[in-house]
Design a protein around this ligand. Structure first.
Ligand SMILES: C[S@@+](CC[C@H](N)C(=O)[O-])C[C@H]1O[C@@H](n2cnc3c(N)ncnc32)[C@H](O)[C@@H]1O
Length: 245
């Protein structure tokens, strides 16, 4: 079992759900596991790319899992109120159009349906730039994406010995890649509070690379107007209840 499947299946509301959607299913291991483990439930796994791993995993997939190649920012393919439980893991940080996504998710959930997600890293944490953020040889200094502009980042990478073209590509990835959210934790929460959902649970996850010196550098040139407290957290586990009438 994947840890994602363990988390989802233990989440309050999953046991009673009958129609379940995974958004951004990636390799589909979680959807496949859950569909096999809970044959009485109907599962849909959605992603806008089907990776070789996904195709391999799905090769002999269970019959109660439907795979959909589609963009989560527009889920018009599903009928209003169809699902009673939607979840995603490590996907919300890729969705810049958060308000639209939440509207769309609420549309396809029944009233009082649940949207549960685990989001990390927020743009506002030490490694929120997303460029090889978990690699030990990541060339981006912690927090630097929060106090350098794109051209300054490129210059800094060149000073660190990276070839100009590559430095330009990395800076472009960090600041301009389309499928990356540059919302901080508080901005994310404020948009959710203004959406057709009520926050039933919000569990912050500490940034284990938190560094007061790095935070001081950000606060001295706070390009994104981030509250200092946002920099303590790398992600959150969230459970939302759909409040539409
Ligand atoms: C970091 S991976 C996480 C995969 C999987 N949920 C897991 O836990 O391993 C993010 C996934 O979200 C998908 N994704 C990102 N933005 C998306 C969008 N707008 N619509 C559909 N899928 C999206 C990516 O293709 C990728 O498979």
């Amino acid at each position: 079992m994947t840890w994602q499947a363990h988390w989802v299946s233990q989440t309050s509301g999953f046991a009673d759900a009958t129609r379940i959607l995974e958004v951004g299913a990636g390799g589909f291991e979680t959807s496949v596991y859950l569909a096999r483990r809970f044959p009485e439930k109907e599962f849909v796994g959605l992603d806008f790319t089907l990776s070789p791993l996904a195709l391999k995993t799905l090769g002999n997939g269970p019959s109660n899992l439907t795979v959909v190649k589609h963009d989560a920012r527009n889920m018009r393919i599903f009928a209003e109120g169809y699902f009673d439980f939607i979840f995603s893991v490590a996907v919300m940080e890729h969705i810049a159009e958060l308000a639209d996504h939440l509207e769309e998710t609420a549309r396809i959930l029944r009233k009082d349906g649940l949207y549960c997600f685990w989001q990390a890293p927020f743009w506002s944490c030490s490694k929120g730039h997303h460029f090889r953020h978990d690699a030990p040889d990541c060339p981006i200094p912690p927090y630097s994406h929060l106090h350098l502009t794109q051209s300054e980042m490129r210059e800094q990478l060149i000073e660190r010995g990276i070839a100009p073209d590559e430095a330009g590509d990395i800076a472009e990835f960090i600041y301009a890649r389309g499928d990356l959210s540059r919302l901080g934790r508080s901005q994310t929460r404020a948009i959710i509070e203004d959406s057709p959902f009520e926050i039933a649970q919000w569990e912050d996850q500490d940034d284990d690379r938190y560094n007061p010196e790095g935070v001081s550098r950000v606060m001295a040139r706070n390009l994104y107007g981030l509250p200092e407290n946002d920099l303590r957290f790398k992600g959150a586990k969230v459970r939302l209840v759909c409040t539409k009438s």
